[in-house]
Design a protein around this ligand. Structure first.
Ligand SMILES: NC(=O)c1ccc[n+]([C@@H]2O[C@H](COP(=O)([O-])OP(=O)(O)OC[C@H]3O[C@@H](n4cnc5c(N)ncnc54)[C@H](OP(=O)(O)O)[C@@H]3O)[C@@H](O)[C@H]2O)c1
Length: 278
């Protein structure tokens, strides 16, 4: 299957996920790959690596529309992998969308790459959803990719390998989609060759297992039993300021584990089998 697109611009392409997506496009070999980084130009090891593999690193000012439009001329597909420290992925992506439209970009892939949430569960997914609605309204072709949690984030979400301790923010039977960063990159590249991905929500997962099943894997690998703490009240304590008051980060983790709701996966539309969890 070949792609109708030639030039792909990855905004935030030296970030954690962005680098993996950029590598996947470069490995595919059929695209001219541009990486947007914010001005001013600074030394960046990942940028150097991607440039050595053939990517063009372009420094832009997202607040200068003309600059952005000029830099986007000739781009067929924008992949936004922006993530800013405020977590507001509406404000930070709007200038890119406006410029993409003006530069006649054909397809826009917004910075989603997580789980699927209802509006109102947390400001971070809310910002993403609001922006996705903007992308759909823009008239550009779009693909919105859900991949669950990055497998590389399992320790962050509660599987503490060093201390052999698991914190469950939901019942142990709660199922969690996880995908490796490299596979999110490969899925993203393949969407450009799939007619079904045009103007679609694409849902993929490397594995879908319950918290208990992830724990079992960790115990098998470490060769020992783990301590398990079940804490399903984090969001309630956070909202009502009840001791011990969880941190905003803990509240976010609990949101991710408890509220992700996507079900029907599109894995079978892709040509490869994703990496197993570990
Ligand atoms: N599913 C999961 O488990 C999971 C986990 C983490 C992240 N994510 C999602 O994956 C996406 C990417 O996250 P990430 O962790 O890979 O991001 P990241 O490593 O923080 O990198 C994002 C890049 O965005 C650029 N950037 C930062 N602030 C910006 C701004 N205000 N305007 C424009 N560009 C800006 C930076 O590039 P320059 O400095 O080079 O410009 C940065 O390298 C996000 O949608 C995030 O929510 C999902």
């Amino acid at each position: 299957m070949s792609s109708q697109f030639k030039t792909v611009t990855i905004a935030g392409g030296t970030g954690l996920l962005g680098y993996n997506i950029a590598e996947a496009f470069l490995n595919d070999g059929s695209y001219d790959v541009k990486i947007f980084r914010r001005k001013p130009k600074t030394e960046n090891e990942k940028a150097n690596l991607l440039a050595s593999k053939g990517a063009e690193i372009v420094y832009v000012d997202y607040d200068q529309k003309d600059d952005l439009v000029k830099a986007l001329k000739g781009t067929d597909v924008v992949v936004s992998v922006i993530s800013d420290s405020t977590g507001n992925l509406f404000e930070s992506q709007v200038p890119l969308l406006i410029a993409a439209k003006e530069a006649s970009v054909k397809r826009f892939i917004p910075s989603e790459f997580g789980g699927e949430f209802k509006v109102g569960v947390h400001p971070i997914p809310d910002g993403k959803i609001k922006f996705e609605e903007e992308v759909i309204k823009s008239g550009l072709e779009y693909t919105i990719i859900f991949n669950g949690l990055f497998q590389e984030f399992l320790s962050w979400i509660g599987f503490d390998v060093k201390n052999k301790k698991a914190t469950f923010y939901a019942d142990g039977n709660k199922r969690l989609h996880t995908t490796s960063l490299a596979d999110v990159g490969r899925y993203t590249v393949e969407t450009l060759k799939m007619p079904e991905a045009r103007n679609s929500f694409i849902k993929v997962a490397g594995v879908t297992m319950s918290l208990n099943e992830y724990l079992q894997k960790f115990e098998e690998i470490s060769g020992s039993k783990w301590e398990v703490v079940v804490d399903e009240e984090v969001k309630y304590r956070y909202k009502n300021k009840i001791d011990p008051i969880p941190s905003p980060e803990e509240n976010f983790k609990a949101t991710l584990v408890q509220n992700d709701q996507f079900k029907d996966l599109d894995n079978d539309k892709f040509s490869f089998t994703p990496r197993p969890v570990m």
